[in-house]
Design a binder for this molecule. Structure first.
Ligand code: AP5
Ligand code: MG
Length: 189
């Protein structure tokens, strides 16, 4: 099974490109943001805890997130690969993911980073906020999410670089061109 981390700032296109990967390669897709939003919609205890963090643009605590990730991963059946979208987001989460995969005789095969300038991220998310209904797609929370990304998540680029797994794709322009660049990475694994 190929384990691929799709990495990038809020609004960089992780969800959009993951859908295209799923369609072409039939990989499973774990978006931790989607998992949390589904729990909020259900009104579960986990959803109640998560919504406070999400509305403020903050990260859910690592230990909680890692438990959720492990249970979703273990529920996957017979997929030829898995895309991790929105996880890991901190160094401890990356260490946990490596360990979780190692315990299952698996490994992270690649991290694919979508590189998009900050002004474009802001514009995309403000535009999406008009229709998305996401509680975190408003200007104030978007700014906080971008700040959290810079402080807590972007140091992971170096973590993946050191592991020899970082692949950077230009994340602006035509969706199909971006996707072709992603496919090139996947096909060479
Ligand atoms: P999450 O749901 O992961 O949100 P995010 O990382 O902020 O990213 P988005 O989903 O907003 O953007 P995306 O990169 O998927 O881009 P998209 O394809 O939608 O996390 C939400 C929250 O949950 C976090 O803030 C945190 O609180 C919590 N959380 C989640 N995971 C966690 C974890 N591991 N640990 C702790 N907390 C966690 O595209 C964005 C827009 O741009 C769309 O409108 C799209 O149509 C458009 N677009 C895409 N590509 C292009 C293009 N090439 N050109 C023009 N427009 C484009
Ligand atoms: Mg997303």
């Amino acid at each position: 099974m190929k384990n691929i981390v799709i990495f990038g700032a809020p609004g960089s296109g992780k969800g959009t490109q993951s859908e295209k990967i799923v369609e072409k390669y039939h990989f499973a897709h774990i978006s931790t943001g989607d998992v949390l939003r589904a729990e909020i919609a259900k009104g579960s205890e986990l959803g109640k805890t998560a919504s406070d963090y999400i509305e403020k643009g903050q990260l859910i605590p690592d230990s909680l997130m890692t438990d959720i990730l492990a249970s979703v991963y273990d529920s996957l059946k017979d997929a030829p690969g898995c895309i991790f979208d929105g996880f890991p987001r901190t160094i401890p989460q990356a260490d946990s993911l490596s360990q979780l995969l190692e315990e299952r005789n698996e490994k992270i095969d690649a991290m694919i980073e979508l590189d998009v300038p900050e002004e474009e991220l802001m514009a995309r998310l403000i535009a999406r906020g008009k229709t998305s209904g996401r509680s975190d797609d408003n200007e104030e929370t978007i700014k906080k999410r971008l700040e959290v990304y810079h402080n807590q998540t972007s140091p992971l680029m170096e973590w993946f670089e050191k592991a020899g797994k970082r692949h950077t794709v230009v994340g602006t322009g035509e969706l199909d061109r971006i996707f072709a660049d992603i496919c090139q990475v996947i096909d060479n694994l």
